[in-house]
Design a protein around this ligand. Structure first.
Ligand code: COA
Length: 415
């Protein structure tokens, strides 16, 4: 079966996490992704967080599946020529260097346009145009600057970053959407264009509901779904809401049986209004279904703390999976807190290809997260990441270089 992006060639000039997540997705959808790396060193993540000496790290292998690797010194004049040949042959150049690095290399937008007017140039940067546009940015900087950290954590503690890589992988996802959209527009215009996904913007996009709440707070001075209501205090900005859903259906994380020794023996419990009577039955508080102090969502809001404490008395008698099974019978929305160990061992995720076991010539078998987006006509086959420069000769031959020329370029240090 063919793949959605068959025939699309990507010059992958990305490194670390944000850019590589984007190009990995495009590779899974069928694009030919040619990763250009610095000769001798390669993407810095190859050697970061290594668990096996001298072997590409899981950090690298899990972000660079289905790609080919070529090593080119793009500051060497002959290396530059090879990159120019690649620009002429590819549809998209994706990069996430520090601001200005591509220009300093001599590959400005104007120069790339001269070489290939159909080329789409897609970039991840920390910030969009403005006071911080020249700054280098990593994941947690973006989480802080995009509004996530100030709204995550508990009211009485400092801002907290989340383990989900919303700044890096989140922005990579945004960029991938921009790229396929630009490819689609090119079918009409015949022209390439620039695509920019700033990490601050990507995080803020994922924090959209918090900007909603900022405006609600300014209008009303109080948000009744937040744990600060009714006893705590609201300030000028959206506060940290702990584990509250903050949305229309109040929720909280509750202890389950075994919580004293298992850090993940918890369940997320949502007191969804349509199933309130069922919740009352399950926890043995049938009278709350009709009591005017508890019967309506509005009546419950000032009492959420006590309500969740009562529900917790019930969840603590069950392990998280038993609780989930019982609650699901009554359509009560809830979710067990799953550890990475439990996720890695979950058979259903293996079956769907969301967790995949991959074989690597140097490290042997390892687990990775497969393509989270499933297309019925474009199945994903997860292939191991390339070794550094593994495809240099192959790609150079495709660009028309003879074995002698390749050997001369290698001697000159260009590749
Ligand atoms: N041949 C020769 N030189 C190369 C090369 C190659 N194949 N590939 C990269 N380089 C050079 C670049 O030209 C740049 O040189 P310059 O500084 O002289 O212009 C240099 O390598 C390093 O690039 P840089 O991006 O500055 O790397 P860094 O390790 O200092 O910074 C980041 C890393 C992630 C902080 C930075 O790239 C960044 O802010 N990127 C944008 C935001 C982003 O994606 N952040 C998340 C990363 S997960």
């Amino acid at each position: 079966m063919g793949k959605a992006l068959d025939g699309v060639r990507i010059l992958d000039f990305t490194h670390v996490q944000s850019g590589p997540t984007c190009t990995q997705l495009l590779a899974w959808f069928g694009a030919d992704v040619i990763k250009v790396e610095r000769a001798g060193a390669g993407d810095i993540t190859r050697e970061q967080l290594r668990d096996i000496p001298d072997v590409d790290s899981l950090y690298f292998t899990m972000l660079n599946h289905n790609k080919r690797s070529v090593t080119i010194d793009t500051k060497n004049p002959e290396g530059k020529q090879v990159l120019e040949a690649l620009i002429q042959k590819c549809d998209v150049l994706v990069e996430n260097f520090a601001p200005g690095a591509l220009d300093r290399m001599g590959f400005t937008w104007e120069r790339i346009q001269e070489l290939n007017p159909r080329m789409i140039v897609a970039s991840v940067k920390g910030f969009g145009p403005g006071p911080y546009e020249d700054c280098k940015v990593y994941e947690n900087v973006a989480q802080c600057a995009g509004g996530a950290a100030s709204t995550t954590g508990f009211d009485d503690g400092p801002p907290v970053v989340t383990g989900a890589q919303i700044g890096d992988s989140g922005t990579g996802l945004h960029l991938a959407l921009g790229i396929v959209t630009a490819l689609y527009q090119r079918t009409q215009t015949g022209r390439g264009q620039r695509v920019l996904a700033a990490m601050q913007d990507g995080v803020l996009n994922l924090c959209r509901v918090k900007l909603r709440d900022q405006q609600r707070l300014e209008r009303t001075g109080v948000m009744k779904e937040y744990p600060q209501y009714p006893n705590g205090k609201f300030g000028e900005a959206v506060p940290r809401a702990g584990n509250a859903s903050g949305g229309g259906q109040p929720g909280w994380i509750l202890k389950c049986k075994g919580w004293e020794t298992d850090p993940n023996a918890y369940i997320y419990f949502i007191t969804q209004a349509p199933v309130w009577a069922k919740i009352c039955n399950v926890i043995g508080k049938e009278e709350w279904a009709t009591d005017p102090d508890y019967a309506t969502p509005a009546a419950r809001l000032p009492r959420l703390k006590d309500i969740f404490a009562e529900i917790e008395r019930w969840t603590m008698t069950k392990n998280k999976f038993e609780a989930m099974q019982i609650l699901n019978k009554y359509d009560i929305p809830c979710g067990p807190i799953l550890s990475m160990k439990e996720i890695a061992e979950e058979p259903s995720l293996r079956k769907t290809g969301t967790i995949v076991e991959v074989d690597h010539p140097m490290r042997g078998k390892y687990l990775t997260v497969g393509n989270p987006i499933k297309l019925s006509d474009s199945p994903t086959e997860v292939k191991r990441s390339p070794l550094l420069g593994e495809h240099t000769d192959e790609v150079m031959a495709e660009l028309g270089y003879s074995p002698e020329q390749i050997s001369a370029l290698r001697t000159a240090g260009a590749i």
